[in-house]
Each structure stands twice: as C-alpha cells, then as structure tokens.
Design a protein around this ligand. Sequence first.
Ligand SMILES: [Zn+2]
Length: 487
Amino acid sequence: MRVVIGSFSHESNTFNPVQMQLEEFHPQYGEDVLTTLESPLRSSLHGIYQVLQNAGAEIIPTVYARATPGGVVSRQAFDTVSGQLLATVAAAGSVDGVCLHLHGSMTVADIGDAEGHLLTEVRRLVGPDVPIAVSLDMHAMVTPAMLHSANAFVGFRTAPHVDAFETGHTAATLLVDSLQQGYQLTTAAVSLPMLVSGEQSETEKYPMNHLIQVLKETDQQVGILASSYFLGFPWADVPYNLGSAVVVSRQDPELAANTAVALAEEFWKYHKDFQFTTEAYRFEEALAVAQMHDGGLVCIADCGDNPGAGGSENIVYPLQHMLAAVQKRAFFGAIHDPAAVRACQEAGVGGTVSVVLGKLSIAPDSPGLSLTGTVKQVGQLGKLVTTAAAVLRVTGIDVLITEERAMMLDPQDLVELGLDLADYDILVLKSGYLDPQYEAVATKGLLALTPGFTNQIFVDLEYKQVPRPLYPLDKNIEFDPKAYLIQ
Ligand SMILES: [Zn+2]
C-alpha cells in the first residue's frame, strides 16, 4: 500500500492586510517531514503517520508546513509549498491513497479557496480512482471544489482544539480500512449559513456539547464511518464562508446525503443559542472586574486582536488603558514588534529602553504607544514556533514583546522565559478562548471584546463577499437543509 501524506495548513484572516510569507510556514519537504514525525508532538499529521506506519504502508512524505494564523497567504508562499507537494505526488507514480491534513480556512491571494485548489490538483494527478482522505480544523469552510476532489473529510471535535492527533488518526484509518477491505468512501455535505466564533462554540459548553454528542451517536449508525460539524471561519470575508455538516459513508452516497441533511437540521435548531460562555466585557469593564477579584490569578483574553485567529497582535490600546488604570500586578502580551525586541536585546536585562510600541488601532496610519521601561528579560518564547522575545517593565506592568507573532498557548512558555506567574494578579493575553494550560492556572477567565482584526462583534465588521443570507448578519433565515446540500 503506497500512500501520499502531507500537511499544509493556515487559518487566514482576510481583514488583516499583512500577507503571510513563505518563511512563516517553516516548510519541510520530503524525507525531512519524516524526521519531524518521529517527534512526540501530537499534530494531525502525526496521527496520520502513526496509522500508516502501523498498517505497514509505504509512506510518501510531501510537505509539512504550518504558520500562526494571520492575513491571506501570499501567492508565492502558496505556490512554493503546494508546488512541492504536487511535484512529489507527480513523481511518486502509481499510489493507492492520499491522506492530508489541511486547515480548511486557508485563503490565498488571487486564488481564494486554497484547499479546493490544492485538492483539485491532487485529484488531477492521481486520477479518479485513488481515495483521498483529509483531516480538517473545526473552523473549515467546506467548498464544492473540496468535496468534489476528495473522498472523505473529518474534523476536530474539540474547541479549544486538543484532538488534532486523533482527527488525523481517524482520517488515515478511514483510508486504510477502505483500501484493505475494498470499499469506497463517499461523502456528503450540507452547508450551514452562519458565522460563529470559537469563543461562542467551545465544545464543553452548550450547545456544542450536545451537537458533538449527536456526531458520536451518528457515527454508530450502520454504514456511517465519520461525521463532522464544521463552523467556517468568521474572519474570512470570502463568498464560500459557510459552516457545514459532513458525513462519510461506506459506499452509500444516499445515506451520506440523508444523514448530512439530518445533522444540518439538528444544528440549525440551536443556531441562535451560541453565546459567549465566558464573561465578556469591553476592555475597561473587564479590567475593572479583574481588579475587584481577590481569589487569585485572572486571565483577560484581548480577543479582538487574537493571533490564534489571525489578529495582527500589535494593538496596544489595552496597554494604554492599563497604564492609566491598573492597580494590581499585571502582565500584557505578546505584542509583535521586532524593532522593540531588538531595542531590548541591545539594552540588555536591566537596561532602560524607550520604544514606540505596536499600534493604537487597526487603522493603517495609527501611531504606536511611546513607552520607557526597564528590560526584565530577553530570550526565546514558544515550542511549536519559537521566536525571540523580551519583557519590558513599564510602570509596574510587564509587557511581553516578540519578534514573530506568537500565540499564548502555555504559561510554561513564560516560566521558561524567566517569569514567575506568582508575580501577577492579572494576565492580559492576546488570545481568544483560553487554552487549557492557561485555564488551569487562572482562577477566573474573562473575554475582553476589544477592537482588532478578530473583532467578535461580527455586525461591526465590513463584510463584502460572504454569502447572504448569513446568520447573525441576517436574522430569521428560512433554512431548508436540502437546498444547502453541496452538489
Ligand atoms: Zn480552529
């Protein structure tokens, strides 16, 4: 059994005007991919790899490329990585299957639907009879081009996402089982005309907890191999931004279609029930609530400028307010500002630095914030993506600054940078929902509905291309799931 594998993923925020460049993907090609897959990380491609290894498959590695969410992917970056993937597939000759991990919300300059484009090309190379199975992020936009090119899609069932490995594992298991037992994977999808942010759809909370349970029950039905709900990506202003219910069947297109219709119908019953499940306030109010809390560490997610959903991660408006209002021991970060990191590195720990940090708003001509502080730490931040970082202490607030954009995934990253969490009462994090490791150290979590490219108030965003009607931009939509079956 010869199987092509690869992973090329990005969540592209079309409101962020800064395009993603090739080096931000840290791409690996060919045999180098296998070296990474020997590591103990638990990515989707690791899950795919484990299944194929256990099945004794001959594995043909193509690419492994992923970047922090950000703006639209540059044409050059996309063409380079996808070009390598396609060249490897073309050179591989006859193969039995293809198993990829893609995000599902990658948008490319001039192209748009990255996954549809890539899968169309892969299908053209391998021919109509080779099964293609794909694992996707929960925030995927499943398009007709994707559905027509691949045989099976499976998505994450957790938000925050902690089942990437398992989802890759499922996709590869679908592929291997179908090859070994000689049946076809057939998939149907029904689109859902709505936008919902991750912060309103955490899978441990209502209504997603119920809907995930529905998927688990669906998987038990005879002839159904996998079912998924995809939520789309609210900060992609593209004409195919829709959620979906997707069902993979054992060679039964009609069963797949009927089941996808039923799943879409079930989802729609709850479409008005998605709410913030964490207390959510304007930033000023969130800070005031945090300052009144006496029970330990409070984490405030500055969720309008969340790098985890493609924010620019350099909006310092919350820091400006903190400097005026904070009375407790506070941390703010990370701010993406390579020049400020360099200034801190040059001054060294203990040195005094004056910088103009970040931007006060997303306006292209927005000024930054002039600050003078003492350098507290310089070093590296992060494990999956490592970046140079510095901590600048300004009027009692520790400000984390990074050379590359960096998601706040794990407080241990701060400890490794030389900070002590016991020194803080309040962490203001460039984040959406708190990742589980921050959840574990916080006695209280708050969402601050800040302005930025990941603004949670969708009606305030200037959508021009999304399909209409679309909830919550449009209310009282007549939803007939059969009419939304992707043909
Ligand atoms: Zn996601």
